[in-house]
Design a protein around this ligand. Structure first.
Ligand SMILES: [Zn+2]
Length: 256
């Protein structure tokens, strides 16, 4: 399995990060993608990717919740790193209007500029969408390009939205522990779309799947999302792993 979204560089893992990675490997995780948040997390992200080269892979981007007055400086820092080293994706980027709409126009601006880099560098984008599906779609459609690919991370939308993503072409749907939550409508939506469109993620340390809901999430727990997905499709975990891992390899250009 490939954990396509984990923030295990955060301080929540400072006490036992090596064990977290060991447990992930033991549970059958072959790679972890680390989306950056902002300048405060960048060094930790790069350091972890360097330490676990070939297993942990860094993505770089400015998270929409970190888009504030200083977003120009934040973007310049990212731009300078894009010239210096290789990344597997631009992310996480997007629009978040859940808590705060103060910087909506700046969020859209930052999102667009980062998409332009992704197209230029032929990198996929990792998109964070929260109360902003329409705005995100509008931006993606306005910048449509055959090199624009990516993932709608932590998807929780309805079938109509899932189909809209699929119709874009080049985009995957990121499914995490929310799938295992008792009150989630996501199982019903997911059961109506093809597995070829899905990639797995944890979003660790957040969104821990059942039976560990409420505890800190880690990449090893991807197992439970994979298990639930197999149940939803009436297939084996092996089949879910095979297809979703290949989807992730295709998207992030990992060798097979
Ligand atoms: Zn995230």
């Amino acid at each position: 399995m490939i954990d396509t979204h984990a923030h295990i560089y955060l301080e929540e893992f400072d006490e036992d990060r090596d064990e977290v990675i060991l447990r992930a490997k033991e549970k059958g995780i072959e790679k972890i993608v680390l989306p950056n948040i902002d300048s405060s997390t960048l060094q930790r992200t790069l350091q972890l990717a360097d330490q676990y080269q070939g297993f942990c892979h860094a993505a770089i981007g400015l998270h929409p919740e970190s888009v504030k007055e200083n977003f120009d400086e934040e973007l310049s820092l990212i731009e300078s790193h894009l010239e210096k080293r290789k990344f597997v994706a631009i992310g996480e980027i997007g629009i978040d209007l859940y808590w705060d709409k103060t910087f909506e126009s700046q969020q859209i601006d930052a999102f667009k500029r980062q998409i332009e880099w992704a197209v230029e560098l032929k990198l996929p984008i990792i998109i964070h969408v929260r109360n902003s599906f329409g705005q995100v779609m509008q931006v993606l459609k306005s910048l449509r390009n055959r090199h624009l690919t990516g993932v709608f991370h932590s998807f929780t939308g309805n079938l109509e939205e899932a189909n809209e993503i699929i119709r874009l072409g080049g985009f995957k749907i990121g499914i995490n522990g929310i799938l295992t939550f008792k009150n989630s409508h996501l199982r019903e939506t997911v059961s109506q779309i093809n597995l070829e469109n899905i990639i797995l993620e944890t979003d660790a340390p957040y969104l821990t799947p059942v039976p560990y809901r409420g505890k800190r999430n880690e990449s090893a727990f991807l197992y439970y999302t994979c298990e639930k997905l197999a149940e939803v499709y009436g297939t084996t975990m092996k089949e879910v792993d095979l297809i979703t891992s290949q989807n992730a390899r295709d998207l992030f250009k990992f060798p097979s």
